[in-house]
Design a binder for this molecule. Structure first.
Ligand code: PGA
Length: 256
């Protein structure tokens, strides 16, 4: 059975005390949960502080982006080694907000995935279609293309830590989540694509999170689906009560 993984993407929210208090709130509320992997992804300047709050707990730390080069003249960028030094184990890559507002390309995302894997960070690779693409029947073509492009050249041996987050763009921050069946259909498709790339064993093991307006009201239904292995949560991850409720729902599906 794949272990569920629930991640909070704080985006450009929570500074200083707010970040510390949110981390404390989550840490204290999920301490009894054993079989779900839980992580939070604060903004860069607060990684270390949040990491200090989480030390000794089972809540892990992730970042929201990184550059593919190990170091150098890249003003404003952050490297894998910096993230590791700050205590990160995970890094979100290719989020649609970065693709859309940051002009991030498939090629850049491919380089980031390769760099994260090489550095020993666990990439959470985000993909998803826009509303227009869904309505014109292109969801599979789009997400399949995003996956294949992002992992080009990644071997079966290298891919095992990789996590995929299916996040339909139209569901992010809109309050309009995909239905569990709708999401599962895409997850199953992505797993099939993963099987084509790395074989069925690897595809059975890869974890695919759903993201896009996950709340305490829809999480349980989403987690009940066979191919949904957790969630990447934006808005609801900023409220310790909501986020921990979702984590507990994940735990109910994995036996604690
Ligand atoms: P949301 O964001 O939960 O606020 O829709 C999800 C995400 O962007 O990862």
């Amino acid at each position: 059975m794949r272990r569920k993984i629930i991640a909070g993407n704080w985006k450009m929210n929570m500074a200083g005390d707010e970040a510390r208090m949110l981390a404390q709130g989550i840490r204290d509320r999920v301490q009894s949960v054993r079989h779900v992997e839980v992580l939070v992804c604060p903004a860069f300047p607060f990684l270390q502080e949040v990491g200090n709050v989480l030390r000794g707990s089972q809540v892990r730390l992730g970042a929201q982006n990184m550059h593919w080069e190990p170091q150098g003249a890249f003003t404003g960028e952050v490297s894998s080694r910096m993230l590791l030094t700050a205590g990160c184990q995970y890094v979100i890559l290719g989020h649609s907000e970065r693709r859309l507002y940051g002009g991030e390309t498939d090629e850049q995302i491919r380089k980031k995935v390769a760099a994260a894997l090489a550095a020993g960070l666990i990439p959470i690779l985000c993909l998803g279609e826009t509303l227009e693409e869904r309505e014109s029947g292109q969801t599979q073509r789009v997400v399949g293309g995003q996956l294949e492009s992002a992992v080009q050249g990644v071997s079966r041996e290298e891919m095992s830590p990789l996590i995929i987050a299916y996040e339909p763009v139209w569901a992010i921050g809109t309050g309009r989540s995909a239905t569990p069946e709708m999401a599962n259909e895409v997850h199953a498709f992505l797993r099939e694509r993963a099987a084509g790339l790395w074989g069925t064993d690897a595809a059975e093991k890869i974890r695919i999170q759903y993201g896009g307006s996950v709340t305490e009201t829809n999480a349980f239904g989403l987690f009940s689906q066979p191919d949904i292995d957790g969630a990447l949560i934006g808005g609801a991850s900023l409220k310790p009560d909501l986020f921990s409720t979702i984590v507990l729902m994940g735990a109910q599906h994995t036996g604690g």
